[in-house]
Design a protein around this ligand. Structure first.
Ligand code: 9D3
Length: 250
């Protein structure tokens, strides 16, 4: 898969892509990630990428022309499946959006900055706009890097253990179960006995119950969308009955 990232902070983006799973996926040839300096697509002496807002008001707006030029240079090399504008007004980026993008052959990510981006970029250049959540960031670089990370780790072979991708909490739609490593007791805090028992059936059921209990307590909004088998549904019913009975006693 090829991913092109267009930004005014190319070095910061390169640095973030040079570590971890994304770096390994690039080294293994699974992902071809290219970072472009937006200023390389300006024509004036000052390499201007922004300007004041029509209608007045504070803050600078990212100009349309450098972004159009950058995308045209990329599309001249071959077909592009999606041109994504990172924007606070975008659709929320989720694991499902990551899976959709990971199935494409070539995407371009445009990083917004300043108070905004000339609206013609969204209407006539981008094919979609994505936000990573409801908080104010200074620009689209971190969102674009979040998208690259979530997409690249879905490419076959990117994560060492394919099982861990498959088993990842959000691919089943639940929160993860608790994890422990050695020692069995740390400052008086014990690892649950079941995990030391060697009883793999018990361990599997304990993890499943913990994942369901945490999801019920912390993210009940996830449960209607989760893939639950008969065993999971029975565990949940038992937990809800137990909680209901508890409330009844108080
Ligand atoms: C406080 C400024 N806002 C009102 C004038 C508008 C605004 C413009 C540009 C707010 C943030 C930004 C920069 N952010 C992004 O470009 C961005 C973003 C984000 O801030 N949060 C979550 N996802 C994204 S994707 C791109």
């Amino acid at each position: 898969m090829r991913i092109d990232l267009v930004t005014i902070f190319p070095r910061a983006c390169e640095a973030a892509l040079g570590e971890g799973i994304v770096r390994r996926a690039i080294d293994r040839g699974l992902a071809d990630v290219r970072v472009h300096d937006l200023r390389d697509h300006t024509a004036d002496r000052h390499r201007t990428v922004d300007d004041v807002s029509y209608g007045g008001g504070p803050g600078m707006v990212l100009k349309a022309e450098p972004l159009f030029k950058a995308v045209e240079a990329i599309t001249a090399e071959g077909p592009v499946d999606a041109v994504v504008l990172t924007s606070p007004q975008g659709r929320r980026f989720t694991q499902a959006e990551a899976a959709r993008l990971a199935a494409l052959g070539h995407i371009v990510l445009l990083c917004g900055r300043y108070e905004g981006v000339d609206e013609r970029v969204r209407t006539a250049l981008a094919t979609e706009a994505l936000s990573i959540g409801d908080y104010v960031l200074s620009g689209g670089e971190l969102p674009a890097l979040v998208i690259v990370d979530a997409v690249v780790r879905l490419l076959p072979g990117a994560v060492g253990d394919e099982q861990s991708v498959e088993a990842d909490s959000f691919s089943r739609g639940l929160l993860d179960y608790p994890h422990f490593t050695r020692p069995a007791e740390f400052r008086g805090l014990r690892v649950p006995d079941v995990l030391l028992s060697g009883n793999h059936g018990e361990i599997r059921r304990w993890r499943k119950r913990e994942a369901l209990a945490r999801t019920l307590a912390l993210r009940p909004d996830l449960l209607p969308h989760a893939e639950l088998d008969d065993e999971a549904r029975e565990m949940l019913r038992a937990m809800r009955d137990e909680r209901g009975a508890e409330h009844g006693r108080h």
